[in-house]
Design a protein around this ligand. Structure first.
Ligand code: ADP
Ligand code: MG
Ligand code: ZN
Length: 451
C-alpha cells in the first residue's frame, strides 16, 4: 500500500462552437484571424455597453450538463467575477457562482467507478496576451467567447482514470456537436487539482469517495494544460514533488502552478486566491435565466445516445467485440455509418454475400474506411466482390503461370528488366486462363515472386 493517496479534482473549460460570441453579435470564428478584428464595445468592455446572452450557448451548456447526468437549476443567473488582468478589459468576467446551470452530475468509467460532477457552468473567455520584446500585446478576438466549465469532485486517485474521464468528456461534447474540442486550438483546457492524503488516515486506501473532512487541507492547481499526455505527466510530477515535501514534514503550499512542457515539470505561478477575493455578485445587466421542466426535457431529447451506451448496445445488438464497438463509437458519424451499412444487409448485394455485422465492423476498422467518401452501398459491393474470389490451388497456380510465361516471352522479359507495368498484362492472361474469380492482387504478388 502506498503511503499517500493522490486526491485529484478536475476543472475543464470547453469552448463552444456557436456562430457568435456569448454576450455580443461578434463572430466567434476567431481562430487565426487578424488581432482585434472580431470585437465590439461589449467584448471590449467599453463603459455602457450591454451584454445580451447567447441563447444557443446556454442551451448547449445545459445539454452538456444533462449528458453528464446533472440536475438543472430551474432558476439560475450570471455573476461577476472581479479581478484585474489585462486580458479582460471589463475588470471582471461574467460567470456563474452559486446557481450554475448544472450541478450534481455523475459519470462512469470503464471500470465501473463513478466520478461525481460538481457543477457545469457558463462563462466568457478572455482575450489573449502575447509578450514580445519587453512589451505585452493583447488580442480581444477571443474575449467573450462562450466557455463551459465542468468541475468534478475530488474523486480521482490516479492519472489513468483522469485521462479516461477527459477522453470521455471530449467525445461527449463532440457527440453533442457543441464544441470541436480541439486541444491544439485551445478548445479544451484542462486543470487538475492535486493533493496527497495519508493513506492510513483514509483507513481504506481503495475507497473512491473521500469524505470532505478527510481531504488534505491544501491543494495545488495546475492551470491551462492543453494535452491529455501533459495532464498525466503533470499529475505524476506533482505526486512526486508533494511526496518529497510531505516526507520532509512540510505541507505543500496551496498554489496555482503551470506546466512547463519543455522542462517537463510544474512551476509556481501564484498563491491561490479565495472565492471571496473575487467579490462575486449578481450580474446586474442580465436578468436571471429560468428553465421550465418542459424546456429541460426538450433539451434532454436532443442528447444523442452517448459512447458508453452505444458500445454496450453494439456488443449486444450486433454481437461485435467490445474493442470493435469502442473503435466504431469513437466518432458518432463512424458509428452511424456502421449501423447504416448493417441495416442494408437485406440489400441485394449484401444478401448474396451474406455479410455479418462482425464482418462489416472488421472491414470498416481494418481497412480504415472513410465514411465520408465510401457510401454504405459501395462498401457492401466491395465486401461482396472480395468474398466472391475463390482460393487458388498451388499446383493449379504453378501450371497456369508456366503456361502464361511460355506463351508471352516478351512480356516476361520486359517484367524482368524492370517494366513493372507489364505485370498487369500477365495477370490478365492468367485470369483468362483460370476462368474463375480469384484475387487479382494475390495473383500479381505471386507472379512477381515467381519471376
Ligand atoms: P476553488 O474554490 O479553489 O476553485 P474548489 O473547492 O471549488 O476550490 O475546488 C476546485 C477543484 O478542486 C474541484 O475540481 C475539486 O474537486 C478539487 N479539489 C477540492 N479539494 C481538493 C483536494 N483536497 N485535493 C485535490 N483536489 C481538490
Ligand atoms: Mg478553480
Ligand atoms: Zn463583440
Amino acid at each position: 500500500m502506498n503511503k499517500y493517496t493522490p486526491i485529484i479534482g478536475l476543472e475543464v473549460h470547453v469552448e463552444l462552437k456557436t456562430e457568435s460570441k456569448m454576450f455580443c453579435r461578434c463572430s466567434a470564428d476567431y481562430f487565426g484571424k487578424e488581432p482585434n478584428t472580431h470585437t465590439c464595445p461589449v467584448c471590449l468592455g467599453l463603459p455602457g455597453a450591454l451584454p445580451v446572452p447567447n441563447k444557443t450557448a446556454i442551451e448547449w451548456c445545459v445539454k452538456i450538463a444533462l449528458a453528464l447526468n446533472c440536475k438543472i437549476n430551474e432558476f439560475s443567473k450570471f455573476d461577476r467575477k472581479n479581478y484585474f488582468y489585462p486580458d479582460l478589459a471589463k475588470g471582471y468576467q461574467i460567470s456563474q457562482y452559486d446557481l450554475p446551470f448544472g450541478y450534481d452530475g455523475i459519470t462512469e468509467l470503464k471500470s465501473g467507478k463513478k466520478m461525481r460532477i460538481r457543477r457545469v457552468h457558463m462563462e466568457e473567455d478572455t482575450g489573449k496576451l502575447t509578450h514580445e520584446n519587453g512589451a505585452s500585446l493583447v488580442d480581444f478576438n477571443r474575449s467573450g467567447l462562450p466557455l463551459v466549465e465542468i468541475v468534478t469532485e475530488p474523486d480521482f486517485h490516479d492519472a489513468e482514470d483522469v485521462k479516461e474521464y477527459l477522453q470521455n468528456l471530449q467525445q461527449i461534447v463532440r457527440y453533442l456537436d457543441v464544441s470541436n474540442a480541439d486541444m491544439e486550438k485551445g478548445d479544451m483546457r484542462l486543470e487538475p487539482n492535486i493533493s496527497l492524503a495519508l493513506t492510513t488516515t483514509l483507513q481504506d486506501g481503495t475507497q473512491e469517495i473521500i469524505p470532505v473532512e478527510l481531504l488534505p487541507n491544501y491543494k495545488v492547481e495546475v492551470k491551462n494544460i492543453n494535452s491529455f499526455k501533459f495532464v498525466e505527466k503533470a499529475i505524476n510530477y506533482e505526486v512526486k514533488r508533494q511526496t518529497e515535501l510531505l516526507d520532509k514534514g512540510e505541507r505543500p503550499a496551496q498554489e496555482t502552478r503551470g506546466w512547463d512542457s519543455v522542462k517537463q515539470r510544474t512551476f509556481s505561478q501564484r498563491s491561490k486566491e479565495d472565492a471571496q477575493e473575487y467579490r462575486y455578485f449578481p450580474e446586474p445587466d442580465i436578468p436571471p435565466i429560468t428553465h421550465t421542466k418542459e424546456q429541460i426535457s426538450s433539451i434532454l431529447k436532443e442528447v444523442p445516445e452517448l459512447p458508453a451506451k452505444k458500445i454496450a448496445r453494439f456488443e449486444k445488438e450486433y454481437g461485435i467485440s467490445f474493442t470493435d464497438a469502442e473503435i466504431l463509437s469513437r466518432e458518432k458519424l463512424l458509428a452511424d455509418y456502421f449501423e447504416k451499412v448493417t441495416s442494408l444487409r437485406d440489400h441485394e448485394v449484401a444478401k448474396q454475400s451474406q455479410q455479418t455485422p462482425q464482418a462489416i465492423a472488421k472491414w470498416i476498422i481494418n481497412k480504415k474506411v472513410d465514411y465520408a467518401t465510401v457510401t454504405p452501398e459501395v462498401l457492401l459491393k466491395h465486401m461482396a466482390a472480395a468474398k466472391q474470389t475463390v482460393a487458388i490451388d498451388e499446383q493449379e497456380f504453378d501450371r497456369i503461370a508456366e503456361e502464361v510465361f511460355s506463351e508471352n516471352p516478351q512480356a516476361v522479359a520486359a517484367c524482368k528488366s524492370g517494366k513493372d507495368s507489364v505485370i498487369m498484362f500477365l495477370v490478365g492472361q492468367f485470369m483468362k486462363k483460370i476462368g474463375k474469380k480469384v484475387d487479382a492482387q494475390l495473383v500479381r504478388k505471386k507472379l512477381q515472386e515467381k519471376l
